[in-house]
Every structure is written in C-alpha cells, then in structure tokens.
Design a protein around this ligand. Structure first.
Ligand code: CAA
Length: 296
C-alpha cells in the first residue's frame, strides 16, 4: 500500500497527509476549496519546519515530504488509483455519507475506505458503500504529527484482513494503533468527553474556577493540559456534538451535556477557533477571560 488520498485539508486532514508523506507514501490531498488546500499545505510546511528546527527530520526530509503531496479539488480523479483513502472532512453525517458514496464509486475495487470520524458510526458509513468489509475507522489524535495513538475502529462488517492491513499501515507511520469496536464514542471519546463534561459541570456548579480545575488535572493527574483548555482546543461545538452522540447512543442521563457547554456553544464561544472558550485566545496565547462569570 503506497498510494493514499486524504479528503479534507483542515486540521486533521493536513496532519494525516503530513505523516503519510513523511513516512514515504504518495499522498493526494483533496478538498473542495483551493484556499483550504493552500492553507493546509502552509500548515504542513510550518509543522515540518518545526520538526527540522527540533532536529527530528532533515531539510532534505522536509523537501521530499512536500514533493510527495499533490493537492486536488476533484475527488473522482484524486481517488481513482489509490490503495487507501482517509476521509477527514467536516464531522457531519450527511456530508460523510455523500463523500463515501463518491469514494466507493471512483476508487478502485481493492481500495480501503477509512474515516477519521471521532464519533459517527463506522457501520452506518460502511452501509452507504458497496464494500462494507473494506470500510474502517482511523481516528488520529490532534496534533497528528505528535500524538502516537491511532484508534482503529472495526465496523460490524470490517474484515480481519482489512483491519490487519490498517494496523500495519498505522505502525509504518510510527504510530501505536489500538483496535476497538464500533460503539458510540468508540473508546477515546467515550472516556475523554464525559471527563471534559464533568469538568464543565464542576465549573458550572462553582466548585472551582477555570484555572483551578485545569491545574488539579494537570498537576494531580499529569495530564499535559487541563480538560477545559483541551475543550477549547478540540472546539466546544465538537465536544457538545460528541456528548449528543453518547447521550443518544446509550440513552443514559450520565451523558447529558452540561447546560453551560450548551450555552457557550449557542453563544459562539467555541474555544481557540472562535477566539474565546473557557480561556481567551485572541492574543495567540491562553489568557483567563477577564469577566470570568463562570467561576466562584
Ligand atoms: N506538528 C509537529 N510537531 C509538533 C506540533 C505539530 N502540529 N505541535 C507540537 N509539536 C511538537 C513540538 O515541536 C515539540 O517537540 P519536542 O518534544 O521535540 O520539543 C512537542 O511537539 C511538544 O510541543 P511544545 O513543546 O510546543 O508544547 P507542549 O509541551 O505543550 O506539547 C502537545 C504540545 C503535545 C500538543 C501537548 O500540549 C499535549 O499533549 N496536549 C494534549 C493533546 C491531546 O490531548 N490531544 C488529543 C485531543 S482529542 C482528539 O484529537 C480526538 C477527538 O476525537 C476529540
């Protein structure tokens, strides 16, 4: 397996294209917008520069990585000779089903179709194709070039052979893949999101402030960043949508999203991408929100 296509040049898509190209794969990076492709390629270049300055890779590695990435706006030509497609488009079920139907139509018969979804059922996505045994989840973590985990999600029909091929491909990227089954939130978000939601409930109930909650989890549990900061990084809208998937999927009140999370998303406070969430990000670094109404 050498020829890969990545659909979507956003944060996850450009990170996935980066690692496949870095480890010798020929990558077609596909997006409907040329501007998104240009931004994605600029991010990859910046992250490769960071790896060069940290002496993780050489200048020649950077150049050869970039020459292995081709950008395209046409999905059908971008997937037609590929061995594997990794879909990393916006987390929207209707959009993903549409993209998978197109991928199924234009990719060669042997091609494995994978998705980086963080919460949508692999079994449901697979059912939209004529090759459900060749559909699988490859859930990379952000930032993709740094994080070791790839959560490999087997849909109901995914074959053993396809699972083993994707586990081996993930290892070839220097990652540590973990195989899991297809249930709401898989493993990563089934555990991570209730923790983030509980941190928001703790804040909402006035048990402690933003910085205090994050400090407890950072210094007490050795997490690299606190759950509220992590929520800002992931995007509060994404956290809310995953909580809805857990709540709907398990029909259990313990997964109900915190009303404060719902309010903040409604108010457009989405975290880093909107400039403010639990912290303010408008100056490029983390700052406490001045009128911190939530804490105390
Ligand atoms: N590309 C390449 N290298 C990068 C990078 C990027 N985008 N971002 C950071 N790095 C490198 C840095 O160069 C640095 O390398 P060295 O160790 O060689 O110096 C290293 O990563 C650490 O970076 P920094 O020193 O700048 O910053 P840090 O110590 O704060 O670490 C972090 C950054 C690794 C991202 C750390 O903050 C962290 O682990 N955060 C939590 C990440 C996390 O939980 N991700 C999962 C989110 S959930 C998800 O993705 C899935 C979902 O479905 C919601």
């Amino acid at each position: 397996m050498k020829k890969i296509a990545v659909i979507g040049a956003g944060t996850m898509g450009n990170g996935i294209a980066h690692v496949f190209a870095q480890f010798g794969y020929d990558v077609n990076l596909i997006d409907i917008s040329q501007a998104s492709l240009d931004r994605g390629l600029a991010t990859i270049t910046k992250n490769l520069d960071r790896q060069v300055s940290k002496e993780k890779i050489s200048e020649a590695d950077k150049t050869s990585t970039l020459t292995r990435i081709k950008t395209l706006t046409d999905l059908s030509s971008g997937v037609k000779d590929r061995d594997l497609v990794v879909e990393a488009a916006t987390e929207n079920i209707d959009l993903k089903l549409k993209i998978f139907k197109q991928m199924d139509e234009h990719a060669p018969a042997h091609c494995i179709l994978s998705t980086n979804t963080s919460s949508i059922s692999i079994t449901k996505i697979a059912a939209a194709t004529s090759r459900p045994e060749q559909v699988i989840g490859m859930h990379f973590m952000n930032p993709v070039p740094v994080m070791k985990l790839v959560e490999i999600i087997r849909g109901y029909a995914t074959s053993d052979e396809v699972t083993q091929t994707i586990m081996a491909a993930s290892r070839s990227l220097g990652k540590s893949p973990v195989e899991v089954n297809d249930y709401p939130g898989f493993v990563a978000n089934r555990i991570l999101m209730p923790m983030i939601n509980e941190a928001i409930i703790t804040l909402h109930e006035g048990v402690a402030g933003v910085e205090e909650i994050d400090t407890v989890m950072k210094l007490g549990m050795a997490h690299p960043m606190g759950p509220l900061q992590l929520a800002d990084f992931i995007g509060l809208d994404v956290c809310l949508s995953i909580m809805h998937v857990l709540y709907d999927g398990f029909g259990n009140g313990k997964y109900a999203p915190c009303p404060l999370l719902v309010n903040m998303v409604t108010a457009g406070k989405l975290g880093v991408k909107s400039g403010e969430g639990f912290y303010s990000w408008t100056h490029g670094t983390k700052e406490l929100v001045v009128a911190d109404n939530f804490s105390k």
